[in-house]
Design a protein. Structure first.
Length: 437
């Protein structure tokens, strides 16, 4: 459940923050240049990252003054005033001491705080960090191009091309990122904030850090050069440097995102948590009643409801027989998963045959692939493929992808080829087969 946003008083300014988790470690996440703590939870990858932190720490996130849910100000502050805001949030959350997780622009602030208040900082984790602004924007031309984007396209999410190139073709992610831009700061505030950031130079502070420090950076980071992280790690006494492959600046998406989470947890706790299985190989089955709308109109509401009850009971009986797991009903159909593709095919064939006794026909489609576990639901490309395969089926037909056919070789099942098909929204062509009965 998304935590409630609260406010800490820093001078005359209210700083929005959230506190969640009940682990033995206090951890403050210091955000990048714009943020909105409430918007974090609408992005599944980010929410999963935060939930993992909450599994071993009491976590505080906040929006810097002038950004997100915090008070807007006439003049954006330098690092010293922002340090006051961080301290105010820790005080409000009852944290006498905490580890700091400084993200991107939040890293220099975290470094300054750790060096200034070592009694309040037990450890330092820096991601995508830098000691001077040129590691972020190496030339005036690069900065001018960013200002041009802010002026003409801020709020569109177009900057995801740099911040998370691996998600550049993900329309839903870009919409969320555009909302993050709009909720994070106005164009004028972003411009002012970036001009202030251009003055960042903390090289002289780095040797003064005396707390355990882990510096994490992706080697192909498209926003902050990996040289920025290497420079920081080299100049903080005893700091550990952990480099990971990847091009994304956003730490919760892309290549090695789970490895980054592992590194943070191991550094802060001394060990990695037990692996959380959120992706499994599974066979997905979709069923759907043929001509359901016309049938419902002809029967009327009450008789149609009774027919649906009989339909549901029949399918559930066969799912139990073949060890299928009902994920959800889709009005006039089912989504189910199986831990073995042969059982899934046999279950679908049995359903398609027996359902005729109710005076209806169903279509069915199956595909085997890696599925994402989302609470009681499943998602991912394998689920989309299963749905598209089912949509190609005719009355009483059970269609499968070539993946399913290949995996059940030797099971005694027989298939008739249906040729190469384009599946809506899925790249390439797919060989489709009909299960014989």
């Amino acid at each position: 459940m998304q935590p409630v946003t609260q406010y800490a008083r820093s001078g005359d300014v209210h700083i929005a923050y959230q506190a969640f988790g009940d682990g033995p470690i206090n951890l403050v996440m210091v955000p990048g240049f714009v943020s909105n703590v409430e918007n974090y939870w609408d992005q599944p990858d980010f929410a999963r990252f935060l939930t993992r932190l909450a599994g071993y720490a009491r976590v505080v996130t906040f929006d810097k003054r002038g950004t997100g849910g915090s008070d807007r100000v006439n003049e954006l502050p330098g690092l010293d005033v922002r340090m006051d805001d961080l301290r105010a949030v820790m005080d409000a959350a009852g944290m006498a001491q905490a580890a700091l997780l400084g993200i991107s622009e939040g890293a220099p602030l975290s470094v300054l705080f750790a060096a200034t208040y070592p009694d309040r900082c037990r450890a330092l984790v820096l991601y995508g960090s830098f000691s001077r602004f040129s590691y972020w924007f190496p030339t005036e031309e690069a900065l001018a191009a960013f200002f041009g984007y802010v002026e003409t396209a801020w709020g569109s999410g177009g900057s995801i091309q740099r911040f998370a190139p691996s998600r550049a073709d993900d329309a839903a992610f870009q919409r969320w990122w555009g909302r993050n831009e709009r909720l994070g700061a106005s164009p004028a505030a972003v411009t002012a904030l970036m001009r202030m950031n251009s003055q960042i130079e903390i090289g002289a502070v780095l040797p003064a850090v005396r707390v355990p420090t882990l510096v994490i950076h992706r080697t192909g980071d498209q926003v902050v050069s990996v040289e920025g992280g290497r420079d920081v790690a080299a100049r903080i006494p005893g700091a550990r440097l952990a480099e990971f492959p990847g091009v994304d600046h956003l730490f919760y998406v892309g290549e090695g995102a789970d490895d980054i989470s592992d590194a943070i947890e191991e550094f802060l706790t001394g060990s990695r948590g037990a692996a959380v299985t959120d992706r499994i190989l599974s066979t997905v089955l979709f069923t759907d009643i043929i001509g359901s709308t016309e049938k419902a109109a002809r029967l009327g509401d009450q008789r149609w409801r009774h027919l649906l009850d009989d339909h549901h009971a029949l399918i559930r009986r066969h799912l139990a027989r073949f060890r299928g797991h009902e994920v959800k009903t889709t009005g006039d159909g089912f989504l189910a998963t199986f831990d073995g593709p042969a059982r899934g095919v046999r279950c679908a064939c049995a359903i398609a045959e027996e359902i005729k006794s109710l005076g209806i026909d169903v279509r069915a489609g199956l595909h085997t692939g890696e599925c994402e576990i989302i609470g009681d639901d499943v998602g991912g490309i394998a689920v989309h493929i299963g749905a598209r395969v089912a949509a190609l089926a005719g009355a009483g037909e059970v269609l499968v992808s070539s993946t399913v056919k290949d995996l059940v070789a030797g099971s005694g099942l027989h298939f008739d080829p249906r040729g190469a098909k384009s599946l809506k929204g899925i790249p390439g062509e797919w060989q489709i087969f009909a299960a014989g009965r």
